[in-house]
Ligand binder design. Sequence first.
Ligand code: COA
Length: 324
Amino acid sequence: MKTRSVIRGVGAYLPSKVLSNDDLSKTIDTTDEWIKQRTGIARRHIAAPGELTSDLACAAARRAMQNAGVTAEDVDLVILATTTPDNTFPATATRVQAKLGIRSGAAFDIQAVCTGFVYALTQADNMIRLGQATCALVIGAEIYSRILDWEDRGTCVLFGDGAGAVVLRAETTNGVERDRGIISTKLGADGRFYDSLYVDGGPATTGTAGYVRMQGKEVFKHAVEHMSSLVLGLLKAEGLTTSDLDWLVPHQANIRIINKVGERLDLSDEKVIVSLEEHANTSAATIPLAMNQAMERQLFKPGDLIGLTAMGGGFTFGAALLRW
Ligand code: COA
């Protein structure tokens, strides 16, 4: 008998204000055509003035809890992946915990930029397997619109605001192959690329939040490599191949990255979940946002093998393999 972490609910939230590519072309030198062709993005959502990352996180978490049929009393772990916390400290997860009325267990943030959700999921899975938690809220929530240089067309067109969440529950399995839950996870980092994708501010440097700076081509190349090789590694370790994979939920940064990862894994387009067009790159929130879209389309069936994979600033990278 083994304890596995099973995703019992998924939820998402996008702020109501929508900023289209055409809207952006009125303020910077860009076009809808360029953005769509080079990235696959059509629009992004922008948080309202006064709306905080914790607000987005709570909205997504409430929906995930409702879908999972759990209440605040059931939850004993809150992990929030974010690059845009409400304040430098405390962890925004503690505010989310309080707003949701959760009173037991740990609450903390994880900072792994666009890999944040996979890092958070891994941490929650490890704590559940060790018996340190029984019901975890794992959230990715971001307000990138507040750390973008809106005059830099190379970055500001790529990102958006949003949140996604899952409820992970500890369930006992009999070790049979097709049992539900997270099978394995793998995380990595290569800090030599710190300057390839970073924010030029922070409490210890400028004392301001700063803006996203990026070497797009460098990020692109490493994203394709890490996102595909991590999934291949996880499959191999389980004695599985890419033909066993029913779905891939990749980090939603650029359709060309996603397509190249799909090609390397020899997956047909229908098996790769893409929600990027609607919300752009919402960093740690993209994977649960894409999962939520797949749930709404009723794509995942019990027993399906699903791969999650992401790469972000740091560089950080991570992947997970799970059985639905
Ligand atoms: N609108 C119009 N033109 C733009 C533009 C925009 N928003 N942004 C850049 N350009 C221009 C460039 O200035 C350049 O013009 P030039 O040839 O006159 O110098 C031209 O388009 C090509 O730019 P380049 O940077 O070579 O384009 P690219 O094909 O590499 O695409 C990215 C740029 C940013 C879309 C791409 O590199 C990318 O997506 N990288 C990964 C970024 C990412 O996903 N980051 C987050 C990962 S977690």
